[in-house]
Design a binder for this molecule. Structure first.
Ligand code: HEM
Length: 485
């Protein structure tokens, strides 16, 4: 009643008081929408935020409409917030659209920090770990060989491989989840593919973000919003069907993530206390894994080929290293310690083009501080991973592709490499992704030499297009089969 009104009033007034113990955060003048800023600069958002860090430092505030965000641009400040003070910054911003896409906040990626969320994440994480140990390696090997067949099928003609990479990455997840992969006969998975693509594209669109910031706009008719609702409903339909089929086949003892999650769910239910997780949690975990695990891995593969087209001598080095170490056989993940050049290339692509360049926004769940600045509860935090990976204080020649920096003393530091974020919200698929990046790249570079079509003018543009995922502009490449060893 009256007490809470008074305390709300005090809280309201408190935000206008100067916090004398801490300096106020620097930052550029307020903006109406982030899009305005980009129109002026002609750069994508991660580059623009990184440029602002040169002027305002590794932590600054950005006022946009009625939201204030704090952007973190170095590995030190990102680690302080996400790892050291993880329990202060493990929240996600409240978002009208996020709520719609995550089925009311039930997804791991967009769900708010709570006991229920922790139990959900723990359940899916242990299912993933179990799967990683049991079947992931063979699932990826199978998809890598399948990808090899697809590239062979181009017969040396130039092709855009992005769709093939997407199918390969998506198949890894659908095999892990349901024991199913995409082929011409699997209409369900084809529909799921196109539907998730559409949701991610709409999610990144300016109109949809504007609906989040300006509630009044929601009263107007909006075709993109109507489409988003339709696609979300379609997604939920397909996933429910897949899950119901799965359950009716009584496959609870196979080695898929779904079976492991369902078993975990039963255990959770049988406990007298603790959080109650339901089928909705299983459903949304599938959405998280499919969305989190497809475009990211595919975009990364596409970047790697793009960089290697620019630097054929690096491609040669990786190939020679594999010939020497593997003597003709295909690699296993356990060979990675004996293939330092390949690992250096993987890390350098993760550094230069972290495919989730701004991670996912975090929210302060209580008053806290970063780098000595006071950060009030509910502040939105943007970890600019792209910026941290281009910090000249850590990386020598930060804008150049130099895999050798990860071999002895090449100017950089593994500690400052944060492509998967860190702390409570660390990418849930990190171990899956690492094995995929290693095996797919090793298989591809063992069997093919990638060369640009015709002449130098057709080399891919390396600047990138950023929405939620940082992608390379589409390009064509020739995959020349290597002579059989
Ligand atoms: C979250 C990067 C692959 C599932 C994230 C975040 C980043 C990231 C930066 C946000 C962390 C934060 O909020 O601070 C990447 C990269 C990948 C990759 C660079 C590949 C190159 C995958 C894969 C999966 C996956 C293969 C699934 C198998 C997720 C999920 C989240 C997430 C579920 C949300 C975690 C949470 O909010 O607690 N990823 N990811 N990711 N990723 Fe990944």
């Amino acid at each position: 009643g009256r007490k809470s009104t008074v305390s709300r009033l005090l809280q309201y007034l408190y935000q206008f008081l100067p916090h004398s113990s801490s300096p106020s955060l620097p930052g550029p003048p307020s903006l109406f929408l982030l899009g305005n800023m980009l129109d002026l600069t002609n750069e994508h958002l991660p580059i623009h935020l990184t440029n602002l860090a040169q002027r305002y430092g590794s932590i600054y505030r950005l006022k946009c409409g009625n939201t204030t965000m704090v952007v973190l641009n170095s590995s030190d400040v990102i680690r302080e917030a996400l790892v050291k003070k993880w329990s202060d910054f493990a929240g996600r911003p409240h978002s009208y659209m996020g709520n719609i896409v995550s089925g009311g906040g039930y997804s791991i990626s967009l769900g708010n920090y709570s006991e229920e969320w922790r139990a959900h994440r723990r359940l899916v994480h242990s299912a993933l770990q179990r799967c990683c140990q049991q079947s992931l390696h063979s699932v990826i090997e199978r998809q890598a060989l399948h990808l090899r067949q697809v590239l062979m099928g181009y017969g040396g003609s130039a092709a855009d491989l992005s769709e093939d990479f997407t199918v390969a990455a998506s198949n890894v997840i659908t095999t892990l989840a349901f024991g199913k992969e995409y082929d011409k006969s699997s209409v369900e998975l084809q529909r799921l593919h196109s539907c998730l693509n559409e949701i991610v594209a709409l999610w990144g669109s300016a109109w949809i973000s504007a609906l989040d910031s300006f509630p009044l706009l929601r009263k107007l008719p909006s075709p993109p919003f109507a489409r988003l609702l339709k696609e979300v409903a379609r997604r939920d339909d397909i996933i429910s069907t897949l899950l119901n089929n799965y359950k009716s086949q009584d496959k609870k003892s196979d080695s898929t993530i779904t079976s492991s999650i369902l078993q975990g769910l039963d255990k959770c239910r049988s406990k007298t206390h603790g959080v109650l997780l339901t089928d909705t949690h299983v459903h949304m975990a599938m959405v998280d894994l499919l969305i989190g695990g497809t475009e990211t891995t595919a975009a990364w593969l596409n970047w790697t080929v793009a960089f290697l087209l620019h630097r054929p001598e690096v491609q040669c080095k990786v190939y020679n290293e594999m010939c020497k170490v593997l003597e003709g056989r295909y690699p296993k993940y356990s060979d990675r310690h004996r293939l330092p050049v390949l690992c250096a290339v993987i890390n350098e692509v993760l550094r230069l083009r972290p495919v989730a360049p701004l991670a996912v926004p975090h929210r302060a769940i209580r008053d806290s501080s970063i780098a000595g600045y006071f950060i009030p509860r509910n502040t939105v935090i943007i970890p600019n991973l792209f910026g941290a990976h281009h910090d000249p204080a850590v990386w020598s020649d930060p804008y150049h592709f130099k895999p050798e920096r990860f071999l002895e003393g090449g100017g950089g530091s593994m500690r400052a490499l944060l492509p998967f974020g860190g702390g409570a919200r660390l990418c849930l698929g990190e171990s899956v992704a690492k094995m995929e990046l290693f095996l797919f790249t090793a298989y591809l570079l063992r069997d093919f030499q990638f060369i640009p079509p015709e002449n130098e003018a057709s080399l891919p543009n390396l600047r990138g297009v950023a929405s939620v995922v940082l992608k390379v502009k589409s390009y064509k490449v020739i995959a020349c089969p290597r002579p059989v060893a």
